[in-house]
Ligand binder design. Sequence first.
Ligand code: SF4
Length: 292
Amino acid sequence: MFASLQELVKESEKTDKSLASMVIETEMVTSGKAEVDIRLQMQKRLEIMKESAQKALDKPVRSISGISGGSAHKLWHWLDKNEAITGSVMSRALARALSVNEVNAGMGCIVATPTAGSAGILPATLITLQESHHFSDDEIVDALFVASGIGMVIVNRANVSGAMGGCQAETGSAAAMAAGASVALLGGSPRQSMQAVGITLKNMLGLVCDPVAGLVEVPCVKRNAAGVAQAFVAIDLALAGIESIIPPDEVIDAMAHIGKVMDKNLKETGLGGLAATPTGKKLAENIWNERG
Ligand code: SF4
């Protein structure tokens, strides 16, 4: 079931079907559900994504530990008065990515895309493109199915878990899904979509999972904003016809290999990287002492 991105591209070219319809057809076979029900379910997820992408913009959301929160609100309101260096589209997406992850850290409702820690990247990118390019909800739902197909291939060849593959597997996969889906949404070819996946992942290889106190907050919230930025880089490059010299499937395989050889201290144990800095350790100590 979609063991490679190349298979997705070839099948789409051979059958002249869109990536979204191929993924929906696969889902119809595996779930036994009708297309209308599958689309409705995705539409409901889109509504939750929109809520979490907006919630921390309207009002600061803080986590119970107190080590994250308020950044989405701060950026959003700063953008009201200032012109962002990253441009208005990307900067609004950055704020939305922060929002989803602050809602997650605050124990609110999010959609794991593909995980809770990386849940801000895909919604923030697609919702912001909907705003800037006036796409309908149906078009965004199609893009979410493209993202699902890409995620399926990554899971089949590697994994999307920080504990198994480091943050490259979580935020890297989320950014790759966002980039590939956005290229399809913006009218790029299936080949260009998959090139966006490869370009994104290449730029995020080796990223370690080092959450302070083992909580999905620091550096996770800001890494979601960084994942959005990586997705935007790849979207523009792929739409311009720039390709990855290393085929996208091989990039996924490289990510799987890097995840396997990565030190266990850098795979969600909270024992390495930023978690092991003096400040990271102090924050962890304070949090766990307070909780008794
Ligand atoms: S640092 Fe670890 S927990 Fe945080 S987003 Fe990355 S993979 Fe997830």
